[in-house]
Design a protein around this ligand. Structure first.
Ligand code: PLP
Length: 394
C-alpha cells in the first residue's frame, strides 16, 4: 500500500501549476505574445553579471573541488561570508556555526518545521499565505492554523491571532515581503507580534518560535525597510533563499540562520542538522554555495520590477480594479470583480489573461498577478484587462 497522503499531494497539482500549464498550451495554439501569463513567481530579470563571472571563474579555477560534496551544513567559508554580511547589514552576531546552507526557501522552511514539530503541534500562519505551508506543516503530522486576513492593508489581525494561539502552538510563520499580497509588515506590526509571542511564551512556560520566510527581502520599493525580525523577537529562525532577488530559482540555494541566543539553541542546531539529514537536504549545491558567497550582497535589477508594479497598478486602478500598492515582492493582489475568484479567473482566461485565484492563499475573493514578466506583457495585456472589467460594468 502506498501513502495515501502523498498520493493525494502528488496527483493534485497546485492551481498555480495548472494555470501555468494551460498557458503553455495556449501559447502553442495562438502564439506566446498573445497569452498574458501572470501565474508564476519566476523572476523575469536575469541574474546579475557577477553571477555569470563567478560561475565561469569557479568552474575554470576550481576544477575538482567545485563539484565535490561539502560539509552537510555547507562550506565553512561560505557560511562565514554570509554570517559577516548579515552582521554588517543587520547588526547581528552570527558566525558560520549559526548558518545552515539549504536548497532554497522550500528546504529551509521544511527543515525548520521538521526540526521543531512533534505530533499534534500547531503552526500558525497569517492569511494570505504561501499555499505550500499547508503541505509542509501537515507533512510532518502537525496542524496548520490560519489567522484571518486583515483587509485591505494585509498586516496582522491580532485579535484573531490571539484566539489561534494556545499551548499547542510550536511556531508562527511570517512571510514579508509577502507572497501573494506584496505587503511588507511594518515595524509596528513586527514589534506587536514580538510582544504578543513573548507574553504567550511566558504564560505557557515554553518558547513559541517564529520562523521568517524571506526570499523577497531585497525586493522592496520606494525605500521601504523590512525589519530584521531577530532584533524584535529572540526565538526567531530566519529562512532565506537566493531564488528571487538574485534570480536563481532553479539553482536551489538558500540558508537558515539561527541566532545563538534562541532558546534551546544547543539542541536546536543539531535538530536542524538532523532534519536536513532525514529530508535529504544536506550539502546544498556546491557550485552555487560558492557563487552566492561571491555575490553575497548583489541582486538583479530590482528597478525593473518597480517599473512593472507602477505600470500595472496605475493601469488597473484606472480601469476600475481595486488593490493596494505593494511595497515589495513582485505580486499585485487584486479584488476579483465577483465573489468567486475562481470564476473570475475562468472569465479572464477567455482573454488569455492568466491570473491565480486567492482561495488557496486562505483569502477568498482576490486574484494574484505575478508581475515578474516582460514590461510589454503588461502593456499588451491592458486591453484584455479592460475587456474583462467591462464584463462587470466597469
Ligand atoms: N516561500 C515563499 C513565500 C515563496 O514565494 C516561495 C517561492 O515562490 C518559496 C518560499 C520557495 O522558494 P524557493 O524557490 O527558494 O524554494
Amino acid at each position: 500500500m502506498i501513502s495515501e497522503k502523498n498520493y493525494e499531494l502528488g496527483s493534485r497539482s497546485s492551481i498555480i501549476r495548472e494555470i501555468f500549464s494551460f498557458g503553455q498550451m495556449r501559447k502553442a495554439q495562438v502564439g506566446a505574445d498573445k497569452v498574458y501569463d501572470f501565474s508564476l513567481g519566476n523572476p523575469s530579470i536575469p541574474a546579475p553579471d557577477s553571477v555569470k563571472r563567478a560561475i565561469l571563474d569557479l568552474v575554470e579555477t576550481q576544477k575538482e573541488e567545485i563539484h565535490a560534496y561539502t560539509a552537510a551544513a555547507g562550506d565553512m567559508g561560505v557560511r562565514d561570508t554570509i554570517a559577516q554580511s548579515l552582521n554588517r547589514r543587520f547588526d547581528e552576531e552570527f558566525t558560520a556555526a549559526n548558518i545552515f546552507m539549504t536548497c532554497g526557501a522550500a528546504a529551509s522552511l521544511n527543515i525548520c518545521i521538521h526540526a521543531l514539530a512533534n505530533e499534534g503541534d500547531e503552526f500558525i500562519v497569517f492569511a494570505p499565505f504561501f499555499p505550500e505551508y499547508r503541505c509542509w506543516v501537515e507533512g510532518v503530522g502537525a496542524i496548520l492554523r490560519t489567522v484571518r486576513p486583515e483587509a485591505p492593508g494585509f498586516q496582522i489581525d491580532f485579535e484573531d491571532f490571539e484566539r489561534q494561539l494556545s499551548e499547542k502552538t510550536k511556531a508562527v510563520i511570517v512571510n514579508s515581503p509577502n507572497n501573494p499580497s506584496g505587503v511588507v509588515y511594518s515595524e509596528e506590526t513586527i514589534t506587536r507580534l514580538g510582544d504578543m509571542l513573548r507574553e504567550k511564551s511566558r504564560e505557557y512556560g515554553k518558547p513559541i518560535y517564529l520562523i521568517t520566510d524571506e526570499p523577497y527581502r531585497e525586493i522592496v520599493y520606494d525605500g521601504c525597510q523590512v525589519p530584521f525580525v531577530t532584533k524584535y523577537y529572540r526565538d526567531t529562525l530566519v529562512c532565506y533563499s537566493y531564488s528571487k532577488a538574485l534570480s536563481l530559482p532553479g539553482e536551489r540555494i538558500g540558508y537558515i540562520a539561527v541566532p545563538k541566543r534562541v532558546q534551546d539553541y544547543e539542541r536546536l542546531m543539531p535538530a536542524v542538522a538532523g532534519s536536513a539529514r532525514v529530508l535529504g537536504f544536506v550539502c546544498a549545491p556546491s557550485l552555487f554555495q560558492q557563487v552566492v558567497a561571491r555575490c553575497v550582497e548583489d541582486t538583479g535589477d530590482i528597478n525593473a520590477y518597480k517599473r512593472n508594479r507602477d505600470l500595472l497598478y496605475q493601469g488597473l486602478t484606472r480601469l476600475g480594479y481595486t488593490c493596494i500598492m505593494p511595497q515589495g515582492a513582485f505580486y499585485l493582489f487584486v479584488q476579483a470583480m465577483e465573489e468567486d475568484a475562481a470564476a473570475f479567473c475562468e472569465r479572464a482566461k477567455k482573454y488569455d489573461l492568466l491570473l491565480v485565484p486567492s482561495d488557496d492563499f486562505g483569502c477568498p475573493g482576490y486574484v494574484r498577478i505575478a508581475y515578474c514578466v516582460a514590461e510589454e506583457t503588461i502593456v499588451n495585456a491592458m486591453p484584455a484587462f479592460e475587456k474583462l472589467a467591462k464584463e462587470y460594468g466597469k
